[in-house]
Design a protein. Sequence first.
Length: 114
Amino acid sequence: MLGRLVLIFLQVAAGWAGAPFLRQYIPVSGAFDLFVYAAVFALIVYVVGILAALVIKDVATPSPAALTASVVVALLAAAFATYGMDLVPQIPGGTISKRGLVLAGAVLGYMFRR
């Protein structure tokens, strides 16, 4: 249990700090920017999961299905953040960071299919 909490913390910290660094090398801007962040977040979350499995005893090695689930859920979160935030009037757009929502989707997708 503690190992998974440490893994989630490491994934969120590495994703939040590392994604802007990796994103600057991908030449896409505009409406697709959040979708590129989704792919970058999913890749970082997966790599941190592999590295944490080597270091932390209670963390199992992720399967390739974990990467697929992480990408799919992160892309769904990016689609919701891009197009769905206007459809739900109870959620003001400024309260939830769109990149944070996509990162949470990547971590949740990873946790679904470990």
